[in-house]
Design a protein around this ligand. Structure first.
Ligand code: SAM
Length: 284
């Protein structure tokens, strides 16, 4: 018997992975959560049918969303992760002894529970003593955070519809700006420009972030299981330019073993191709 997981990337494009079995399926208050086992990609987490992470390529996303800001400011000590219930971003952050506190605000406790049970290779650091998990809407959470509390905010969200919608609004970015100190950095998963619907979300998010932050850039990575395989991250800061403020010697002295990120790629990933540059120019 042939079992396939299929995600619709556009009305005319589908992406499929053969799966061996479904390990879990649960409908929470917020979304449907599924975990599959596959030969090519290992375990796969989907939310409302959309692929979130696979064991085979998750390291690319999680290394890029974490090490780019960390190598830009070695003094990052207090971090907020918004979303990220699979635990991959927290796992990468926990590799830094210099980080003292990680608050993670995840709307759906069931994502965390199921990832702990079925994908420990990703969720393995969620019980680190520096990690504090709050189960609530990230948009509400940042409304009441203290001013200047965090050095880094990482928005590891779903796409801008359903429960994730609020994490792409002007109100949310404004509260992130307020919650960051003068050295603060905001990194977010920034969609992609190849397919129109994702490009439109990306443009909207980018122009909203630009309204608050003096530096608002995007950087790229090749993520095989995301729509088009080409994915963007937003890097916004009150002070730092990641291309010139890279602390390569410091980062390399840590001896962290990574499979995608390195300090040469750090600068290179901000060299965006013309097709992305042209879409960004269309933003206000
Ligand atoms: N790497 C993924 C991607 O870009 O496809 C993101 C994965 S991570 C599992 C996204 C998480 O964000 C989910 O667990 C989801 O429950 C959480 N999330 C969505 N909307 C949220 C909100 N408003 N507040 C907090 N967490 C939210």
């Amino acid at each position: 018997m042939d079992l396939w997981y299929t995600e619709r990337h556009t009305d005319d494009v589908k992406f499929s992975i053969r799966v061996d079995r479904q390990l879990a399926s649960y409908t929470s208050e917020f979304q449907r959560i599924d975990i599959f086992e596959s030969k090519e990609f290992g375990r796969i987490l989907t939310l409302d049918g959309y692929l979130m992470v696979t064991q085979k390529d998750e390291y690319i996303y999680h290394e890029m969303i974490t090490h780019v800001p960390m190598a830009t400011n070695p003094d990052i000590k207090n971090v907020l992760v918004v979303g990220g219930g699979d635990g991959g971003t927290v796992r990468e952050l926990c590799r830094y002894k210099s980080i003292e506190n990680i608050d993670m605000v995840e709307i759906d406790e069931m994502v965390v529970k199921l990832c702990k049970e079925y994908i420990p290779s990703i969720s393995c650091a969620l019980d680190d003593e520096r990690v504090h998990i709050y189960y609530e809407d990230g948009m509400r959470f940042v409304r009441t955070t203290e001013d200047s509390k965090y050095d880094l905010i990482i928005v590891d969200s779903t796409d801008p519809f359903g429960v994730g919608e609020g994490l792409f609004t002007k109100e949310f970015y404004g509260n992130c700006y307020r919650s960051l100190n003068d050295n603060g950095i905001l990194v977010n998963q920034h969609e992609s420009t190849f397919y129109d619907s994702y490009a439109n979300s990306m443009k909207r998010a980018h122009s909203r972030i630009k309204e608050f932050f003096s530096t608002a850039l995007v950087y790229q990575a090749h993520i095989p299981t995301y729509p088009s395989g080409h994915w963007l991250f937003g890097f916004a800061s009150k002070k730092y330019d990641p291309r010139t403020d890279l602390h390569a010697d410091w980062w390399n002295s840590l001896g962290l073993k990574t499979r995608y990120y390195n300090t040469v790629l750090h600068t290179g990933c901000f060299a965006i191709p013309n097709n992305v540059r042209d879409v960004l120019r269309e933003t206000k």
